[in-house]
Each structure stands twice: as structure tokens, then as C-alpha cells.
Ligand binder design. Structure first.
Ligand code: ADP
Ligand code: MG
Length: 290
């Protein structure tokens, strides 16, 4: 008959025993069902081996990804699939999808996401980080303030070199929120040391609400800002997002009408955008349109 006829109880036990020894828990779990399908001739012997191995591989791959995302401080909920490109028409979708193929990581380039708050910079940076983790790259996500805090502490404790080596190790380092908080004195210098250590050796994604011309201000030192930009713009992709805040759009919809009409948090442009998305223009007297 077929190979199955030879699958005696002792052989079955041996396979189970081997799967335990090989530390293949998912394959062990799936074994009974696979054998049953084999017995019913739903699958061939080769297919059975294939299913057994790929069950185990999927489990391992998923736990690898889960661990890497946690170690890299990445939030899985921010994915490219979850990004609504129609909300951000200034953004070239194909350009982002090309970035998601991770050529920039292999080429050790720097991707800059620039734009006002709420336009999806952190979302896109995280989503690209998630893609890189899935592709087996090491990724680390942090804000500039967090990064500088860690480097400053390491410097005080006399282990700056070691900490810079840690941040230089990730294949992709994402530094979020450049420009929101003033950089502490000496922070620009620390960041420069890290950028110099990574230069042409690893990829970065940087997000900022400030243009490059304002980096003198952000880092409080024109010499450091110039040196930073020299490295960070050499092999760089700059993605400028010019749109309204997704956050405010969501708030606008949650806000009671009387609060919304005062436009406390919603700038006029996104108020108009929100209205166009379905609300009848009840308060036109409060916001005379153009
Ligand atoms: P930024 O970093 O530019 O300030 P975020 O990426 O943090 O903005 O976006 C703010 C919030 O809105 C996040 O929860 C993010 O997931 C969501 N968001 C922003 N833009 C989009 C979009 N186009 N589609 C779906 N969610 C978005
Ligand atoms: Mg952000």
C-alpha cells in the first residue's frame, strides 16, 4: 500500500519523541491531525512533511518577530496596511511602498519624514520598522529625547562608548520627534557621535516637524547642526508630508458640536476637511469659508 501502512505505533512514538528532542512543539501538536489527514488520503506523504515543518517554522518566525518588535520598541499596530493614504494626498504611496521593500536599509541610507504634527510620520516610521523586523533586520525605535537621555546617562556613568556601540548595532535605527523638545546642552554633540558611528554603516529613519534650516535652533548649535546634516543628508531620502492632522480629524469627530465649533484644537483647514467628509455645515457663521 502506501508509506502509511508502515507507520506503526512504535514509529509514531519515536516521531513524537524526536519532535520533543528537536524542540518542535508546534509540529508535535500538529502531528496527530496531519497523520489523520494522511490516513484519509487527503494529503500525500510529502505534503505531510511539508505541513509539519511549515507549522513549526511559522511558530518560530512569529515568536522571533514578536521578540524583535519588543526589543526594538516597535508597536505592531502601526502597519502600512493600516495607513490611510487617501487621507494624506501629498504623500506618494508608491514611494512609501518602495521604501517598504527595504532597499534603503541594505544601502545604509537615511529616510527623513518631515511634516506637521499628526500627519503620520511616526506611524510610517514604525510601519517601515515592522517591515524590516519581518525581513529579519534588527531595528530599534526611540525618540530623540529618549536617545539623548540614554546617551547622557551613559556618559555620566563612563560607558558612553558602549552605549553608542549599542545604538550603532541596529541595522535600522529610528529616531522619532526631532524638533519637538529643545535638545539639552551637549545633546547635539552626543547625537553627532552616534550619527558619525552609524554613517554609511547602518540605515536610519528620522522624523521631524521642523525643516532642516531650523536645525541650528533645534540643536542650539550651528556647527553641530551643520555637521549632523552633512552626514544625514548625504545618502538620504526626504519625504515631506503636507497635510492636516489625522489626530485632530479623529478628535473633531469625537468632540461635541459646541466644542468643535469653537475650533479650540482644530485649525480651520482640518475643520473644513472634516465637514467635507460628511457633516452638514451647521456653523458656517462661526467659520466663514474662503
Ligand atoms: P506624527 O508622528 O506625524 O505626529 P502620527 O504618526 O503619530 O503623527 O499619527 C497620529 C495618529 O494618527 C497615530 O495614531 C497614527 O496611527 C494615526 N494616523 C496618522 N495618519 C494616518 C493615516 N493616514 N492613516 C491612518 N492612521 C493615521
Ligand atoms: Mg510622531
Amino acid at each position: 500500500m502506501n508509506a502509511l501502512a508502515e507507520l506503526t505505533p512504535s514509529m509514531f512514538d519515536r516521531i513524537r519523541h524526536d519532535l520533543v528532542g528537536l524542540k518542535m512543539p508546534r509540529a508535535l501538536e500538529a502531528l496527530d491531525q496531519i497523520v489523520r489527514r494522511l490516513e484519509r488520503a487527503e494529503i500525500s506523504a510529502l505534503e505531510a512533511i511539508d505541513i509539519l515543518l511549515s507549522e513549526e517554522l511559522t511558530l518560530r518566525e512569529n515568536s522571533r518577530i514578536k521578540t524583535a518588535l519588543r526589543m526594538g520598541r516597535l508597536a505592531t499596530i502601526k502597519t502600512l496596511a493600516g495607513f490611510d493614504f487617501s487621507f494624506q494626498p501629498s504623500l506618494d504611496r508608491d514611494r512609501i511602498l518602495t521604501l517598504a521593500q527595504l532597499g534603503f536599509v541594505a544601502r545604509h541610507e537615511v529616510v527623513h519624514f518631515l511634516g506637521p504634527p499628526g500627519t503620520g510620520k511616526s506611524h510610517l516610521a514604525t510601519a517601515l520598522g515592522v517591515e524590516a523586523v519581518k525581513a529579519g533586520r534588527s531595528v530599534y525605535f526611540c525618540t530623540l529625547a529618549d536617545l539623548l537621555g540614554q546617551l547622557a546617562r551613559a556618559e555620566r556613568e563612563g560607558r558612553l562608548h558602549e552605549r553608542i556601540r549599542f545604538f550603532a548595532r541596529a541595522g535600522l535605527l529610528i529616531v522619532d520627534e526631532i524638533g519637538y523638545l529643545p535638545v539639552v546642552p551637549g545633546g547635539g554633540n552626543l547625537f553627532f557621535q552616534l550619527v558619525a558611528a552609524r554613517y554609511e554603516r547602518g540605515a536610519m529613519i528620522l522624523t521631524s516637524n521642523r525643516g532642516f534650516a531650523e536645525w541650528d535652533d533645534v540643536f542650539g548649535d550651528p556647527v553641530v547642526a551643520t555637521a549632523l546634516l552633512d552626514r544625514l543628508l548625504h545618502h538620504a531620502v526626504v519625504v515631506q508630508i503636507e497635510g492636516s492632522s489625522y489626530r485632530l480629524r479623529q478628535h473633531a469627530e469625537l468632540m461635541p458640536e459646541h466644542v468643535r465649533s469653537k475650533a479650540i484644537i482644530t485649525p480651520p483647514t482640518s475643520t473644513l476637511a472634516t465637514r467635507r467628509r460628511g457633516r452638514p455645515p451647521k456653523n458656517d457663521h462661526a467659520h466663514p469659508g474662503p
